[in-house]
Design a protein around this ligand. Sequence first.
Ligand SMILES: Nc1nc2c(c(=O)[nH]1)N[C@H]1C(S)=C(S)[C@@H](COP(=O)(O)OP(=O)(O)OC[C@H]3O[C@@H](n4cnc5c(N)ncnc54)[C@H](O)[C@@H]3O)O[C@H]1N2
Ligand code: MOO
Length: 417
Amino acid sequence: MPAGHTPPTEFATRLPVAEARAHVLALCAERRLASESVALDQALGRVLAADILAAHDQPPFANSAMDGYALRGAELPREGERRFRIAGQMLAGAAVEIAFGRGECVRITTGAPLPRDADTVVIKENVRLDGDAIIVGAGERAGANVRPAGEDIRAGARALRAGDMLTPARLGVLAACGQARAHVARRPRVALFVTGDELVPPDQPLGYGQIHDSNRYGLAGMLRTLGIEPEPVARLRDDPEALRVALLEAARRCDLVISSGGVSAGEADYLPGLVAELGRVHFWKVRMKPGMPILCGSIESALVFALPGNPVSSLATFELFVRPALLALQGANEADPPPRKARLAAPHVKRHERAEYLRARLEWRDDGACWATPLEQQGSGMLRGMAGADALVALGEDVRELGAGAVVDILPLPGLC
Ligand SMILES: Nc1nc2c(c(=O)[nH]1)N[C@H]1C(S)=C(S)[C@@H](COP(=O)(O)OP(=O)(O)OC[C@H]3O[C@@H](n4cnc5c(N)ncnc54)[C@H](O)[C@@H]3O)O[C@H]1N2
Ligand code: MOO
């Protein structure tokens, strides 16, 4: 009997989405990746393996927030004007301490340490120069334009949390804390298999019954939004022997194996039987549309996601299961974010009992709410609908009819900005 006809046994099937996601996250918690140290230049998008405690105050010293003149706030005039002799100047980076007396000030630039006896900076634009002195009028505020030491981050405080994904600003925090390297989770190694004898690469002409392979590019693109470059995998025919060898080899080399196609009920749908034979099926089929036939299993220590071949189904199931899995393997705090909300811009009728993920465009209107307009192309083979979508609108199993303005959960899709 061909492997495609060997029904896997002893696994959960037709799970609700939430249960399937919880199962995936639990599987990932058992498989957390080890950490490694990387230079900050290589750390964008990586997930911190430990809390970052600030070794010193940030800023490390009280400094001026503006270009101007540092002085004692108590000496500012309440009315009229007052003259301050310029005793010297402090430029950012200059390693000199300047002392100044009563009735004096120090010219200072933004970021320069505040002289010990100063507590106020009057900006350049608000003074009049008069020889070696400045004239300051009433109306200046004592204590103005000073950034106290540690106002951003106190020495010893937790600057970043284990599990934080390193965004550009977080890389800045690490650098500001004096860390040239970061301890981050190892990047997941991922193999991507695209199955289907009807598929030809986009640079080859189509024969009868053939289509261009789009999932390879869509799924690889999804991986790249997470900074993951898929491991090279040869193009395979729908041949169970070749697939068996390749799956086992990929599972030994990788943390996660993704396949596209061959996971439903067709004569050449070998994936479920092969995963059952080589490892274990954790669940097969989730009560969702698109993406119902998704399978999650494991072969040796690798997690396996067999995604449905319909192009929209493969991308939607990536977002719902594979992205959270890749984040959870790295211990990311963002692996299972709470759903975001939007208002549905047009009424919608759902005629089936599965959860539904509508492709929708988002728009922030003058009422301050985010409105989601479902696109016309909702078929699971209609890539154009997915390409025009900013988000998936998640409708629960029980939803049947929704009016315009109904509040719905949304799952934003990764974009380029
Ligand atoms: N009798 C049943 N038929 C189907 C079922 C079912 O439960 N019973 N499920 C349907 C659903 S829902 C989906 S989704 C698809 C998923 O099927 P497979 O994962 O087995 O995928 P394939 O049959 O290989 O392909 C489906 C569809 O997608 C096209 N495809 C596949 N790979 C690619 C690719 N790399 N790039 C572009 N397009 C691709 C393929 O040509 C098919 O048209 O099954 C339903 N059937
Ligand atoms: O669930 Mo399938 O993914 O509808 O096309």
